[in-house]
Ligand binder design. Sequence first.
Ligand code: GLU
Length: 480
Amino acid sequence: MKLDAPFNLDPNVKVRTRFAPSPTGYLHVGGARTALYSWLYAKHNNGEFVLRIEDTDLERSTPEATAAIIEGMEWLNLPWEHGPYYQTKRFDRYNQVIDEMIEQGLAYRCYCTKDRLEELRHTQEQNKEKPRYDRHCLHDHSHSPDEPHVVRFKNPTEGSVVFDDAVRGRIEISNSELDDLIIRRTDGSPTYNFCVVVDDWDMGITHVVRGEDHINNTPRQINILKAIGAPIPTYAHVSMINGDDGQKLSKRHGAVSVMQYRDDGYLPEALINYLVRLGWGHGDQEIFSREEMINYFELDHVSKSASAFNTEKLQWLNQHYIRELPPEYVAKHLEWHYKDQGIDTSNGPALTEIVTMLAERCKTLKEMASSSRYFFEEFETFDEAAAKKHFKGNAAEALAKVKEKLTALSSWDLHSTHEAIEQTAAELEVGMGKVGMPLRVAVTGSGQSPSMDVTLVGIGRDRVLARIQRAIDFIHAQNA
Ligand code: GLU
């Protein structure tokens, strides 16, 4: 059988892996981890990565899901050298291979009616035999190809299929367990397992990294690959991800879609680092740069057992990356959240400054954007609890005095604003907090912000003075 080589594959590339999602929904974290492992294995070996969209299930596949998966892969920064390829565009090729297989006696047309097949199954069940096709049509030549038929692969009847799974070790399945698989339906469409086989061959895939839910397909696919004379890739079946309660990960446990993590304020670096550790390790190291992941990644260190998703650890990693990545980079991602929350950042501090100010305080970028709104926009009301707590006693007096001092400053910087607060406290003979806290609530609306000098400089003099006045008026109105 002849290899179709439309893909311009470099024969010098020794390792080529693929991610082959079915576009029936968003990219979920389990799929993303499989993609990451596949990608890392390729990169570790100076190989190539293929993206293939397995969209043959026309009823369940949608272009929106394809777009969502691609968006997820791009956000995670897992670029591919080849693709995206679409199986629906390759039906001619699949049919060409099927026709050749029929010609060579590797596959045969089956004209059995549904009724006959049901009867067969019934008898087999009664005799306590494993239901399987009895090859009636392999020997019966009374039909013409114009009649409705399916095409079946002539699976070997003897021996067994053995493969060394790179994660799970040696797996052996007896051929007596396998049926003569339908590879083309009555309507002429090739079936899923067959398309995968032809694609892995044509696309020069050397290592198939995929979810363990596909492990039953592997012996069938290997038999077809062998029959058509294609090389057998190495298989690596990756375990499932569970929620923290040990049940299969689902929406009930929180976000499962990769893009939901973006929306919730995670950096792709955090999610990638989280996913790489979820089922793979290198000693007890927790934080991995991309280079380190690529250098250290080996399939034989991938865990066989299911992993449990732990949102707290992901948050910890997120905060680590918010703190450690260059503020310019974090700011780019932060910008998305301001837009998402409808905050106009054109009038206020640079976003890199926001990152520097708030990196220690925020676990997510969503939180960073929402908790820094006051740097860019006026707020409607003071946080009720904060106002109650800090706008009492002689808060109005403290605010009036600090306003006077801030107004008089010749330069608006960290040092001078800090001094203004300190002097106010000294003159009123109160602790710094008695000035600082009312001031914080006055200018931010809440009881939480970075240190006051940093906050004041970030907000800017005009806004600060106007907001202090507003707070004074508010206190007077309340006491009136
Ligand atoms: N399309 C399959 C899925 O989304 C993957 C099949 C494979 O990797 O071989 O589960």
